[in-house]
Design a protein around this ligand. Structure first.
Ligand SMILES: *[C@@H]1O[C@H](CO)[C@@H](O)[C@H](O)[C@H]1NC(C)=O
Ligand SMILES: *[C@@H]1O[C@H](CO)[C@@H](O)[C@H](O)[C@H]1NC(C)=O
Length: 172
């Protein structure tokens, strides 16, 4: 193979790989959204699941069907959702939580279920595959009476790349 063919092939391969990495990149878009929850216990507000600090947590009051809702402000194809559970106490409270992805902002149960949490060890981060479910909202809810929903961190991984505009949205 002469040098010219060699360089041409090299450039082709480099182009190929850069396209591959661009389309395959997985981005945590959770912090680009705004969180809300059914009720708030003391100062443990919904945004604490997005602060990147694994020992702060959200905390609802003890009520029926508590929920946490993330509004991503536009539709994403959700590859997976991660939940980091509380380390210091009460890790069992997350058992039975449902993860939903969809477009319904008020009747949350109409959003299809992506996964149901069986259990997450104290302080652990578990990942739940959503297989590209599309939606603007990601919801975590616990069906039942006298439930408390606590989340240390939630990650929402979508397949990028996304435009510059997306990543600057929160800073403008
Ligand atoms: C949410 O809306 C998007 C865009 O209209 C659509 O593609 C997607 O299927 C919807 N998701 C659900 C769960 O209905
Ligand atoms: C937070 O992360 C650190 C470092 O990985 C780990 O040692 C600690 O147990 C985590 N804490 C919680 C509450 O998950």
């Amino acid at each position: 193979m002469n040098m010219r063919v060699f360089y041409k092939s090299l450039l082709f391969l480099l182009g190929f790989f850069s396209v591959q990495t661009k389309t395959e990149i997985e981005v945590n878009v959770a912090a680009w959204g705004k969180a809300d929850q059914s009720t708030t216990y003391e100062n443990c507000d919904a945004q604490r699941a997005l602060d990147g600090i694994n020992y702060t947590f959200t905390h609802t009051e003890e009520k029926s069907n508590p929920w946490w809702k993330l509004d991503l402000t536009k539709t994403y194809s959700v590859n997976r959702v991660t939940i980091t559970n509380r380390l210091d106490c009460c890790s069992y409270r997350i058992d039975g939580a449902e993860i939903r992805v969809g477009n319904e902002s008020s009747d949350l149960n109409r959003n299809p279920i992506c996964a149901v949490v069986s259990t997450i060890p104290a302080g652990a981060t578990y990942s739940y595959s959503c297989g590209g479910m599309e939606g603007r909202y990601v919801i975590v809810d616990i069906p039942g009476t006298s439930k408390i929903l606590t989340l240390c961190e939630v990650g929402v991984y979508a397949i990028g790349p996304f435009s510059e505009e997306d990543s600057c949205e929160d800073e403008t």
